[in-house]
Design a protein. Sequence first.
Length: 581
Amino acid sequence: MNPLLSVSGLRVGFGRNPEANEVVRGVSFDLAAGETLAIVGESGSGKSVTALSINRLVDFGGGRILGGSIKLRRAEDSVLDLTTATERQLTRIRGAEIGMIFQEPMTSLNPVLTIGTQIEESFRLHRGLTGRRATAAARDALERVRIPDAARRLNYYPNQLSGGMLQRVMIATALACSPRLLIADEPTTALDVTVQAQIMALLAELKQETGMSMIFITHDIGLVAGIADKVVVMQNGQAVEQGELSQILDHPQHPYTQHLLHAVPHFASGRSTRSDGPRGNMEPAAAALKVQDLMVRFPVTGGFFGRATGAVHAVEGVDFDLMPGETLAIVGESGSGKSTTARAILGLVRSRGSFTIGVRQADAGQSARPVQMVFQNPYSSLNPRLTVESLLAEPVIATGGRVNAQTRAKMVALLDRVSLPENSLERYPHEFSGGQRQRLCIARALMLNPSVVVLDEAVSALDVSVQAKVLELLVDLQRDYGLAYLFISHDMAVVERIAHRIAVIYAGQIVEIGDAKSVLSAPQHPYTKRLIAAVPSIDRRHEHYELDTRQVPSLVRPLGFEPGRAEWTQFGPDHRARAET
């Protein structure tokens, strides 16, 4: 059969001299009708540029196609080379024949237009629908991607929907005109594992219903193991290996493919947890951090005078303790309250309850120096105008210290400890890679000798090989300095690799907590079971995700509402789960 899409010798460059800045170098592949091709590789490998070149969106980002061909077989069986197509031809093809889902829905959707207006645009442009017909088509598109109460949500703005819902809106927009080819560029990277599973299940179901072909761009081979037919592995702008899915996963030939498969954290249902936990050798009174009945509530206002009508119970009755040298992972989906819990401990949001840090007692809402934080995005958490020396000096100056020879010696020692050269002190953040910037953030967090370090999705923005190195660094630093880590993540494979204990948080409450091996191998709460069942893995390539239409319960409560006392069931020496209500 003739392929739907045939890419041959594609070369793409950027800048004023694109020939000297070539980022895609001679990529070739074929895609048959109804087939799914996964393009995998780390940041900078050229996979997204390859995808953007197919519908010529790369032209709007300063890129230029330098050579090769991209041949698309049209619905009437004619063949069009997209590299030489006119803008008028491309306008007719984009959306109508080639749909695209982008990585970050919040930046891809217009924040000042309603969801309905943005979906209707595709129907107006490609099908000529107007008025009620366009609105009805938009509603049908939302229902197609399993968004409940679609008619009402057409009037929502992007900021009123969760990340998972926004990504479904992006899919609805991309599929509005039933394209024959769908390009999904990292569509689940920023999503929690349960939402990610739902998006993958939705894409698989829609592909089966429509018979469309799909190109799936990702850095996670485990994610595409259950959906892809073929795989192209890219490195430094070149396709270094390609073939059938089973061939690539079971018998990789290129060293980079082998490295990529080895670097991906493989979820092993608790069989790969750490065995060096300190809890058995310490008394409970020696906890580095003890949290008791922590509550965070945000007022809900309404009416003409903006009076409080209720409250969002973002965190409700959270209790845990954390020992020196121990890692407690807090896992849960977006909006569950895991990051709010961390911010409450740091005093960044108002809270009720109390927590003890080491031998110091502090009321919830007050900051304490023994606790430091490493954020998700290393670039946005480092001031681009400051040198590394100034960045490392910030916490010292902020706590009343002085930058002297002793402080500089500590900077040099910490840089060496996180495997960065001494000359890094004179450099700026943009001169480092993503992994190096995160190492700088870790070094800065250690400048005040904290006893507890909060890591809020600290490795989720990194490539898998860089991620593995940063995790190894964190384990080494914990062993050397006796650090206690509060590790917030939605990646269960990463959690399995680094956590001693796990707390599962759902709708603002901890529903299961205990030893990592016990929680991952024998989950007891229904939500924990769903969370673990949704983890993508190469070993689960023959399993299919099931669509789940259950909604997270609302956290909004009326004024004066106080929840009842939680009932817990013990399942082992260090494993308990909340009883369902």
